[in-house]
Design a protein around this ligand. Structure first.
Ligand code: PXP
Length: 252
């Protein structure tokens, strides 16, 4: 059975810091605690509007934290310069819209094919693994593979929204799509990750999709940390992931 890795997204530690323009809480300290709690990686989204993580955080996490860094970013020239400066272990390309509350959909690789193929080439040259954040869509997965991505991250946001809206019929449809497309990605030779909106309540069935190798989780983990501390929040999430991975009943 493939091990399921947990990438802890520490963006919202920075959101709280930035709300008051203070130096605390420090996302790098959070990343160090995540290491202690058994995280397999740190994920951070450097947004164009810098609403959470800043470039100095990327620099410190890369140099001070003993975990691989997965840098989420929009495919802009500015972001590529920053990525080339810090060489994160992995880059996850996401669509970005300044007015959105969070990343709303997957990247449209088909309609940006030539641009993205040329965009990722220098990043691959310096050894960054390239992941593309995608909706569960076969043609987009094919396009991601064709431009040279090694990994896809499937967007679980809709699945989680349907769960909390109690729209269980649509939730089941979305789950099947995620499961089928995870399998398809693996058959085509890609590494498959998933993330967005996952919580203690929703993570089990997604963790039960055996083709998925990594989950990236942030908002709910940092929210739970307010009440139980980051160490417990991460350990509880990990337990739910393990349960989902091993308990076939959670697939339904
Ligand atoms: N994966 C990707 C590609 C994302 O853009 C985000 C949000 O930054 C996440 C995972 C984590 O989502 P959440 O904060 O809702 O757990």
């Amino acid at each position: 059975m493939k091990k399921l890795r947990l990438g802890v997204n520490i963006d919202h530690v920075a959101t709280i810091r930035n709300a008051r323009g203070s130096n605390y809480p420090d996302p790098t300290d959070a990343a160090k605690l995540a290491f202690g709690a058994g995280a397999d990686g740190i994920t951070a989204h450097l947004r164009e509007d810098r609403r959470h993580i800043l470039e100095k955080d990327v620099a410190r996490i890369k140099s001070e934290v003993n975990l691989p860094l997965n840098l989420e970013m929009a495919a802009t020239i500015e972001m590529r310069k920053i990525a080339l400066k810090y060489s994160p272990n992995a880059i996850c390309l996401v669509p970005e819209n300044r007015l959105e509350l969070t990343t709303e959909g997957g990247l449209d690789v088909i309609n940006n094919y030539n641009f993205l193929r040329d965009y990722i080439a220098p990043l691959k040259d310096v050894g960054c693994r390239i992941s593309i954040f995608l909706a569960a869509d076969k043609e987009q997965i094919d396009a991601a593979l064709d431009i040279g991505a090694t990994t896809i991250e499937l967007h679980t946001g809709m699945y989680c929204d349907f769960h909390y809206d109690k729209n269980f019929k649509e939730k089941e449809v979305e789950f099947e799509k995620l499961k089928q497309m995870a399998k398809y990605g693996v058959v085509r030779g890609l590494e498959v990750h998933a993330g967005h909106g996952l919580t203690l309540e929703t993570v089990g069935p997604i963790a039960g999709i055996m083709d998925i190798e990594e989950l990236n989780i942030g908002h709910s983990l940092i929210s739970d940390s307010i009440f139980v501390g980051i160490d417990s929040a991460i350990r509880r999430m990990r337990e739910k992931m393990e349960e989902g991975r091993h308990d076939l009943a959670s697939l339904r």
